[in-house]
Write a new protein. Sequence first.
Length: 303
Amino acid sequence: MDYQAVLEEVADAVAPQIGRGQAAGYIPALAAVDLGGFGMALADVDGSVTGVGDWQVPFSVQSISKAFGLALVLAQDGENLWGRVGREPSGTPFNSLVQLEYENGIPRNPFINAGALVVTDRLQSLTGDASTTMLDFLRAESGNPQVSFDPAVASSESDHGDRNAALAHFMASYGNLDNPVQTVLDHYFRQCSIAMSCRDLALAGSFLARHGLATDGSRLLPAREAKRINAVMLTCGTYDAAGDFAYRVGLPGKSGVGGGILAVVPGRCTLCVWSPGLDMRGNSVAGVAALDAFTSLTDWSVF
Ligand code: GLU
């Protein structure tokens, strides 16, 4: 397949959607971003990467980091995590508190904020430095040593992080955090602040398309664990719009409020699309439209 031609056709098809939606206003450092950006990259399982638009422009990965955190914990700790976090769609917003109380401090899934805080807590216990472990992993898998934290975004989130702090304290009260709340929050904000381009993210997520094999050919995860991460991405990866995303796109995907979405075509490729205008549920308007157009053009959904 001529990937470049397909991506150009996708970009043309979604051009009217670029600039629609709103930036993530609750994180002031993200609110200022220009809504006119759009980029898309495709990383083939053979390691080659193709892109259109702003595909080499770094943006804030935000919740896309949650997919990598989950992978790193499952790689080091197997299935133990699932006693502390579920794997069902939440049907509530990503930062909701109510469900946690009904369910005794056990988050519904690892991709809502509460679940990601538990994953970060576990990665911190396993490694002693959760956010640097993730950064090192992303640099290695993307082949880009320039991938970095964005301290301005991390401190902006921390300054406006009352909701995440509430989630963390609440779970601590149920005994579902092993590390101090502030330590977990600091590592969580730092991992969310990592700046990467569509190119970097498509390459870094390739192990999900390669059934658990890392870029250097070593095994990061057993194939069954890569399958499970993809399954949780499909059912829970796009906030409380995961059903609509599956309906329109038909691929495992993880979105972030920086406007990026990482999607996986198992056995073939990973895709990353970025455009900062978000819909009401927090997913990139042009990003979802682009993935919808991609699977319509190629017939490469998992269904
Ligand atoms: N750092 C963001 C938060 O905790 C991540 C949200 C997201 O991308 O879904 O609110």
